[in-house]
Ligand binder design. Structure first.
Ligand code: ADP
Length: 247
């Protein structure tokens, strides 16, 4: 219990630090987002254009990092609503397909009528984070599968099960034991905040997240969320995302 408490306190101070940092960082980076275009407008020199593009790209990446730090810090303070899984998967598919590497194929399977209580944007973020990690783990291509189904645990409780599976590089024991630690990354341009924010969001919605991975074979993330009772969810089906907001 004490270790758990210390962990929570460390995470809390880290959150405060990250909130301050990301706020300042966004302000500092603002000129980097705008000025490269102003510079380019003043010269035809292709080499200067190239340099300006690199500066702009660094600005965008820094901005992205600040954004993901902020959404990590915000955690799960958002309101929850009834979410229709078919609708959620449609949105995720649209975003993923808009930028899918040619050698990666995408498969989505979702059972009709599944509903869960969570924040729509946050849950979408979880699926996108897990999917993008999966895609990045398959530099030579492969199949990314997202599945949503009902699942009962050993006590007969009903859960909504969402899995994201890839056929990528997989993870060794060292990576597996660190992957939910903030700032842990094996990527040159990673933030190491993707999975910890997935975990915070899922746990904020009273769920769990687990991973199963084999080096050279692939990785499967499983998210379990409390299943919404069918009667309670009936009014959700026509208006998938907005019915009954707040908690
Ligand atoms: P980031 O993607 O910025 O590195 P994450 O918290 O999302 O941060 O992931 C942490 C690390 O976990 C990654 O750097 C990678 O080593 C590992 N990882 C996450 N998802 C996968 C996956 N699907 N396949 C292989 N490794 C993964």
């Amino acid at each position: 219990v004490e270790a758990e408490l210390m962990r929570a306190q460390r995470l809390e101070s880290l959150s405060l630090l990250a909130a301050g940092l990301s706020h300042d960082l966004r302000n500092i980076l603002q000129p980097l987002l705008i000025m490269p275009d102003l510079l380019k407008a003043r010269t035809d020199d292709p080499q200067l254009h190239h340099l300006a593009d690199i500066i702009a790209e660094c600005g965008r990446r820094g901005h992205e990092m600040a954004e993901s730090m902020l959404s990590f810090v915000r955690g799960s303070r958002n309101t929850s609503e009834h979410i229709c899984l078919v609708h959620l998967f449609e949105g995720v598919e649209l975003l993923l397909r808009s930028n899918l590497p040619a050698k990666v194929t995408l498969h989505l399977e979702v059972a009709e009528g599944l509903v869960v209580d969570a924040n729509y944007t946050e849950l979408q973020q979880v699926l996108l984070n897990l999917s993008l990690n999966g895609i990045q783990a398959m530099p030579d291509g492969g199949r990314l599968t997202l599945r949503a189904a009902a699942a009962a645990d050993t006590q007969g409780e009903d859960w909504l099960q969402i899995t994201v599976s890839d056929e990528g590089i997989g993870m060794d024991a060292q990576t597996l034991s660190n992957l939910f630690n903030p700032f842990f990354t094996t990527k040159a341009t990673g933030t190491g905040l993707g999975l910890i924010s997935c975990k915070r969001i899922v746990e904020g919605a009273h769920g769990t997240i687990q991973v199963d991975s084999t080096p050279g074979v692939g990785t499967r993330f499983e998210v379990l969320l409390p299943m919404q009772a069918v009667a309670d969810a009936a009014d959700t089906l026509d208006a998938p995302t907005i019915a009954g907001a707040g908690q």
